[in-house]
Design a protein around this ligand. Structure first.
Ligand SMILES: *Cc1c(COP(=O)(O)O)cnc(C)c1O
Length: 360
């Protein structure tokens, strides 16, 4: 068996140890005589799995007690609508920061429910930069401020957290959650689809401060009402049980890596060496201003785009796969989430150097 180095932006690699544990527990979870997929979500075995996963995530992210952790379905994209529905609290609008493709999707969906004030947009830099907060045109009466700490497609990441005072800060952390420590208390709400850095697709995590829930708009679908889901322990209906279980195994794996501090050290090293390889060559290029470069998603172009196909072919011959860039950006994109081993990044860099020698 060969496990390839999979640079997909999502669904992405999972830690091999986690997959092996899931395999070992597949047919008979802890003497229950059944797989986790076959269990009642309300039975005591599954409840213990669900509760341990939440407790471990709370420990790993140091989530304060006055936050609910919800294990939902519908992906981050459903949250684009759930957020205005739950957090407007009768206000007319919200502030949004536009830093790329995912910001735009969040803005488009929120615009169906409220007046969106785009307080800052770096579209005029082709999303290669982020404007300092002093230049933002925020509305003091906004219900919340939404931003995308890491733009998965553009490879643009905030190195700082906005300060919004009494206005709740909302973050789409889909592609950066668990990559480094983060002060949860600075946020009103954090959400993330699981398939990048948490676990399998089908699970969406929402971390929301207690005082923000319970005031959803009347038209909010019951399934999307945070208060309903919080009260039901994320089990208003059948939750994505297997994805929740696997996420729990990932949280335990993170604890064994030294938590988020340990992860951050490894992630920074991986990103630094890949960007250094790009910057050290005239053949490869990354357009993002250095201080805003993503630790998780590294887009790069070749000096001659006609060589893209050959690059992808030679990479695949070395078991380096899913490197094709997003269709809106072109070139390559290496997503190097937590589960991408450092050896995978080293193998990619070696391949890039060899390719440049041949074609550069
Ligand atoms: C992948 C991604 C999404 C979409 O996630 P789904 O779970 O597929 O809805 C949203 N925002 C960001 C930043 C992403 O990376």
């Amino acid at each position: 068996m060969t496990r390839k180095y999979n640079f997909s932006a999502g669904p992405a690699m999972l830690p091999q140890e986690v997959l092996e544990q899931a395999q070992a527990e597949m047919l008979d979870w802890h003497g229950s005589g059944m797989s986790v997929m076959e269990m009642s979500h309300r039975g005591k075995e599954y409840m213990s799995i669900a509760e341990a996963a939440e407790a471990d995530l709370r420990e790993v992210m140091a989530i304060p007690d006055n936050y609910k952790v919800l294990f939902l379905q519908g992906g981050a994209s459903s949250q684009f609508s759930a957020i205005p529905l739950n957090l407007l609290h009768g206000k007319a609008g919200a502030d949004y920061i536009n830093t790329g493709a995912w910001s735009k999707k969040a803005i488009a969906e929120a615009s169906r429910y409220c007046a969106v004030n785009v307080a800052s947009s770096s579209e005029d830099t082709n999303f290669s930069s982020i404007y300092p907060q002093e230049s933002w045109d925020t509305n003091p009466d906004a219900a919340y401020l939404h931003y995308t700490p890491n733009e998965t497609i553009g490879g643009l990441e905030f190195p700082w957290i906005p300060e919004t005072g009494d206005v709740p800060l909302v973050a789409d952390m889909s592609s950066t959650i668990l990559s480094r420590p983060v002060d949860v208390s600075k946020f009103g709400l954090i959400y993330a689809g699981a398939q990048k850095n948490i676990g399998p697709a089908g699970l969406t995590i929402v971390i929301v401060r207690d005082d923000l829930i319970g005031k959803a708009a009347d038209i909010t679908p019951t399934m999307m009402d945070y208060a309903v889901q919080a009260k039901a322990g994320s089990m208003y209906n059948t939750p994505p049980t297997y994805a929740w279980y696997l996420a729990g195994l990932v949280f335990k794996w993170l604890q064994r890596q030294g938590g988020l501090e340990g992860m951050a050290e490894i992630n920074k090293r991986k990103a630094d060496k890949l960007y250094a390889a790009i910057d050290d060559s005239d053949f490869y290029k990354n357009p993002v201003q250095k201080e805003f470069r993503s630790w998780m998603n590294v887009p790069f172009t070749l000096a001659n785009s006609e060589l893209d196909g050959e690059f992808l072919k030679q990479a695949a011959e070395r078991d380096l796969v899913t490197l094709k860039g997003h269709r809106s950006v072109g070139g390559m994109r290496a997503s190097i989430y937590n589960a991408m081993p450092e050896a995978g990044v080293d193998a990619l860099i070696a391949m890039m150097r060899d390719f440049e020698k041949e074609y550069g």
